[in-house]
Design a protein around this ligand. Sequence first.
Ligand SMILES: *Cc1c(COP(=O)(O)O)cnc(C)c1O
Length: 425
Amino acid sequence: MKNSYQYENTLDFAKKLDAADDLKHFRERFYIPEQNGKSLIYFCGNSLGLQPRTARNFIESEMLQWQNLAVEGHFMGEKPWMYYHKLFKNSLAKLTGALPSEVIAMNNLTTNLHLALVSFYRPSQKKYKILCEGGAFPSDQYALESQVRFHGFTPDDAIVELLPENGEQILKTENILQKIDSLKDELALVMLGGVNYYTGQLFDLQAISKKCNELNIPVGFDLAHAIGNAVLQLHDWQVDFAVWCSYKYLNSGPGSVGGMFVHEKHGNNTDLPRFAGWWGHDEQSRFQMKKGFIPMTGVDGWQLANAGILGMAAHLASLEIFDEAGVEKLRSKSEKLTGFLEYLINSNPRLNSALTIITPNNPMERGCQLSIHVKKNGRNLFEKISAKGLIGDWREPDVIRLSPVPLYNTFEEVWQAEQILSESV
Ligand SMILES: *Cc1c(COP(=O)(O)O)cnc(C)c1O
């Protein structure tokens, strides 16, 4: 499916789209950073989402609990810390298409990835390989390498990277599925990013999960760039596990708490190896402090440690906004917003000759982000647009990532972004 909206390259047209946007009021819920008294055009939500105006109050209210109740805060007050992690379940379930018992806010993404690999990467002498995307985010690469070594294998042999066909940047779903088929007797795990951080490609998670399920290969996704960005149905797709962070599209603050999904079918399986901690232990008997780990049912049984309440408070503030806006509506605006940016770049001859968008042009194969390959002097162009108030980010060797975010960006900003790019190339 190609973009089916009819766009025009005028400021008036952008303003009309903003006027017709039901979600436009959500922008007021965020602090928009400024430069010389002017709002920045912040297209960097793929890296660090903006601060919800309510986040400070949420954190402050926990500071007050701590101040006034101290240790009693674990069991008293409006949101007792002992049960704090439960407050996230409904919102995370909506964002991931999961049951509340399948999702948890805890730790950080990389920690959760290791915990998931302990349980779902169980290699044998014959089936020990992991299939992942070539050029995966470095933390994922290091996690996979170290897990493979931990089991006595060598990364060069055990990690198989999916690479695009000659000269292309994008992986074709049929090639991914074929690769899984061809390695079916050797694969112990398929682990991909939901959206590749570099190219912005959104993989067909449903088709990949289906294939893995048919072949009985565990499948997991790193949703760092997918959660809060794409519509996900992890439960129905029969994904085994997923992990994510909350500071990108989820706007929960730098390094804030991550999350994990474990499918219901594994939630009560005590045969799975897992690294345990007291917060994963049965809640009823946790404070008896006895020998012998009894896991909580569902993904809660993967928790390690008591929750970092202060950071999680910002996450809660942010998820409240997602609950109000709704993922489906956000996604529908996002397709238009990113489609508009794509249209403006492609229909401007100056930009068209200097830049190539490497992100797929099919909206079903991407989220908010467009990754723009700059043919010459990319770093220089990136610095120029930043100085003019257009904030994206730079990825070596020659890519600028721009991500208009449906919660707080406008069509007018997209139009201005094109003007800035056009004056700067
Ligand atoms: C952002 C990102 C991470 C970051 O990991 P942390 O543990 O949160 O530091 C990991 N993987 C991917 C794919 C990312 O995009």
